[in-house]
Design a protein around this ligand. Structure first.
Ligand SMILES: Cc1ncc(COP(=O)(O)O)c(C=O)c1O
Length: 351
């Protein structure tokens, strides 16, 4: 069996440093907002080429707190329209809805899976106040900042890429390119004011103990996750390079007229290697029978989810998004793959 993502194999490559770091934190008696988190925040900001980083509890929280903070800072208000790709993971859109903002769903470019910068002007109205660009499958969306509009970047799937937005949200969910041993996330920006508000919001709206300025929540990266991420961060670029090499081999060596391979151009950390196939379900079944585990990212787009029935999503028809949901299939890709696994995937997908 070739597993989609063997996290035990991936994480055991960081031993003994992992166990040592976790034990050190366990013995320290300090588990939240301590030295490990602070050091990680500095290291991750520098890694991203940005000034500020605040660790939070998840990628969804990172996005939600960015929108919340922009509202507090007066840059967004209830009912403002936020452009977001329709073919994203639902978390991107939940973060907008939960802040009483209106998600305006836009069709992606079917070749990059990302926001189509050329077509954006079709969606922009005086109510549009921000764009949430999603680096889906690890590929950075090619998008320029519009005048008078915030550019927020969902980097949940693109750790290793330098953000270009006014603020960027990262997820350290275990399967991500920089994965923790549980949930985690971060907000990264060059905006000191935004960073202060996000940091306070994640700590009950408080900077000073028992003094609360905002109705915040509890969303903090904990010391154990921070220490784990500090062990993994120095190897992220090398791990992403391995993903890139595997992606280039798949693109060069998979030969099958019935599938569409992803584009090799562009800036990507290859979080997922997503092919398209009209007979996707049959293909997935055949691969599974041949011992290859694949996953569909994502089978039901957010606008067709029960959660969004009768809600305030704005969109016209979304034929590209719906077509992608029926055709996409993610093949295994990660830094711990063996040559045998890579070859078996090339051979079977070509068949
Ligand atoms: C594009 C995207 N945005 C946001 C999230 C939310 O991240 P988390 O699972 O850490 O809340 C995820 C991942 O799950 C994601 O893939």
């Amino acid at each position: 069996m070739i597993p989609f993502l063997p996290l035990n194999r991936i994480n055991s490559a960081f031993e003994p440093n992992f166990s040592e770091a976790i034990l050190r934190v366990a013995k320290s008696g300090w588990y939240l907002r301590g030295g490990e988190t602070e050091k990680f925040e500095h290291e991750f900001a520098a890694f991203c080429g940005m000034k500020y980083c605040t660790g939070v509890a998840s990628g969804l929280d990172a996005l939600t707190l960015i929108f919340n903070a922009y509202k507090i800072l007066g840059k967004l208000k209830d009912g403002d329209h936020i452009i977001v790709p329709a073919n994203t993971y639902i978390a991107s859109i939940i973060a907008i809805s939960k802040n009483n903002l209106v998600p305006v769903l836009v069709e992606p470019n079917k070749d990059t899976f990302n926001i189509n910068a050329d077509k954006l002007s079709n969606y922009i109205t005086p109510k549009t106040k921000a764009i949430l660009s999603v680096n889906l499958y690890g590929r950075q969306a090619e998008i320029a900042k519009e005048n008078n509009m915030l550019l927020i970047e969902d980097c949940a799937q693109s750790a290793g890429i330098r953000p270009i937005g006014d603020a960027a949200a990262f997820s350290f969910y275990p399967s991500k390119n920089l994965g923790a041993l549980g949930d985690g996330g971060a907000v990264v920006s060059n905006d000191g004011k935004l960073n202060n508000v996000v940091r306070m919001l994640g700590n009950y709206g408080s900077k000073e103990k028992y003094v609360n300025d905002y109705l915040g929540c509890n969303s903090r990266l904990d010391e154990i996750q921070a220490t784990v991420l500090r062990v993994k961060l120095p190897r992220l670029n090398a791990d992403n390079k391995k993903r890139y090499e595997i992606a280039m081999r798949y693109i060069a060596e998979i030969k099958n007229p019935d599938i569409i391979l992803p584009q090799k151009e562009g800036n990507s950390v290859w979080h997922l290697f997503v092919i398209r196939c009209k007979n996707r379900d049959a293909m997935q079944k055949r691969l599974s029978e041949n011992g290859i585990e694949t996953i569909i990212h994502y089978p039901i787009p957010p606008h067709l989810q029960k959660a969004y029935k009768g809600s305030n999503l704005l969109y016209n028809k979304l034929p590209i998004t719906e077509m992608l949901a029926n055709e996409v299939l993610s093949l295994p890709i990660h830094q711990a793959m063996t040559e045998e696994e890579i070859w078996a995937i090339i051979k079977n997908v070509s068949k």
